[in-house]
Each structure stands twice: as structure tokens, then as C-alpha cells.
Design a protein around this ligand. Structure first.
Ligand SMILES: N[C@@H](CCC(=O)N[C@@H](CS)C(=O)NCC(=O)O)C(=O)O
Length: 204
């Protein structure tokens, strides 16, 4: 299996970290959807990161669907399998993915020339981002004072979202009100799986 995409994409990084936690053997190629568009397009004409070339050559996209496939291959899941814990982890993952989406939208909006930016849209996205961070902070304060034995998709995705904001938007998003979430991200970044996939690592 080959995972395609830069680790500064929170979606690529969550897949890479989960793949390692699932003990899967896969290759990673740091191909950028912007800087290496033609190379990317040759693998996936839709130019979406992450993409995964599965064992049989099928090209998958969307981090959640790729994770579904990786868990099929591994024969186990990082998500609690039943009950309230599962429902809560699905909710947390959803909030974390919105956090990633809104943070990425802020970054993409910044790429536009000044005259092409639309402030009411930016204001809306930033309110959504702030709300999502607030919800994750409450979850972190309630559940992640110490790291769970098994990192779930919700816990991984929340930490990866913080990592992305710290790396890409340090001048735009003030994370200081979200201390429990930041502490959770710090703890995750110390683990072997997160250290194996640093946000700025590029494979040739
Ligand atoms: N819902 C998707 C979002 C993936 C996504 O938007 N990735 C960005 C990179 S961070 C991308 O492919 N951008 C290029 C584009 O949308 O054209 C997922 O979970 O994988």
C-alpha cells in the first residue's frame, strides 16, 4: 500500500499515524497537491490528499474511507467497537474533522490575492473554527487528562488538528484559550506514532 500526500495535511497525517498504530506496512510518498500537481494527477486525477494506492492497485481517497480500508486490512479498529464510547468517538472525530476543514479553509483563503478575499466568509469560517476548538477543548478536559491506552480516531484527529494550526496558522489562530486540547496534543506528539510522522517530514 502507498499513502500519497504531504504530512502538513492533517488528513494525510491522521491516516499515517493510524496506519502505524494498526501495525500496517505501507509506503509513504510526499507528493503535494499544489507543488507536484502533475505527479499527483497521474496517481489520482481528482488531486485529493490523502490518496491511498491499495494492495490491489485500487486508488482510494478521503481520510475516513481510507481508514475504513486500513482497518479492514488490519482486522481491527482504533475506535471503541460498541456503545457510548463509540458514539462519543464518532462525535469527536466529526468535530476534529470540521476543525481541520475550517483551518484548511483559512489557509486557502490566505492564498488568494488580497482583492479576491471575501471577509464575511472568513469571519464565518473563523467563528466555526473557534467553536470547534472550544468543543474539542471541553472533550479534552473531560477525557484526556492522561492519554488513553489506545489512541482512538477522535483523539488522534484532535491532536493532528492542533498540530496543523500550530504549523500553518500560528499568526492567525490563538490556541491559548484551549489549554486542555493543547496539553492533549503535546502528549500525543510525544508518542512513537506521532514522532514517526512529523508534520514537516518529506519522503523523496
Ligand atoms: N474530507 C477529505 C478532505 C481532504 C482534503 O481536502 N485534502 C486537501 C489537502 S489538506 C486537498 O486535497 N486539497 C486539494 C483540493 O481540494 O483540491 C479527507 O478527509 O481526506
Amino acid at each position: 500500500m502507498i499513502l500519497i500526500g504531504m504530512l502538513d495535511s492533517p488528513y494525510v497525517r491522521r491516516v499515517a499515524i493510524a496506519g502505524t498504530l494498526l501495525n500496517l506496512d505501507f509506503e509513504h510518498r510526499s507528493i503535494s497537491v499544489f507543488r507536484h500537481m502533475d505527479r499527483f494527477r497521474a496517481i489520482n486525477p481528482l488531486i485529493k490528499a490523502p490518496s491511498l494506492v491499495a494492495g490491489d492497485g485500487t486508488v482510494l481517497m478521503d481520510s475516513e474511507l481510507i481508514l475504513t480500508h486500513l482497518e479492514d486490512v488490519a482486522g481491527r479498529t482504533l475506535r471503541p467497537e460498541t456503545g457510548t464510547a463509540r458514539t462519543h468517538d464518532l462525535r469527536t472525530t466529526g468535530i476534529a474533522l470540521v476543525t481541520c476543514e475550517k483551518a484548511v479553509q483559512v489557509e486557502y483563503e490566505r492564498k488568494r490575492p488580497e482583492g479576491y478575499r471575501y471577509q464575511p466568509w472568513m469571519d464565518r469560517v473563523r467563528v466555526q473554527l473557534h467553536e470547534a476548538l472550544q468543543l474539542l477543548d471541553e472533550i479534552a478536559a473531560r477525557n484526556w487528562a492522561s492519554l488513553p491506552q489506545q489512541l482512538t480516531h477522535g483523539a488522534i484527529s484532535a491532536a493532528v488538528a492542533v498540530g496543523f494550526i500550530r504549523f500553518t496558522l500560528p499568526d492567525v489562530v490563538d490556541l491559548s484559550p484551549f489549554s486542555a486540547l493543547c496539553a492533549h496534543a503535546d502528549s500525543c506528539e510525544q508518542t512513537a506514532a506521532f514522532r514517526h510522522w512529523p508534520i514537516d517530514r518529506e519522503t523523496p
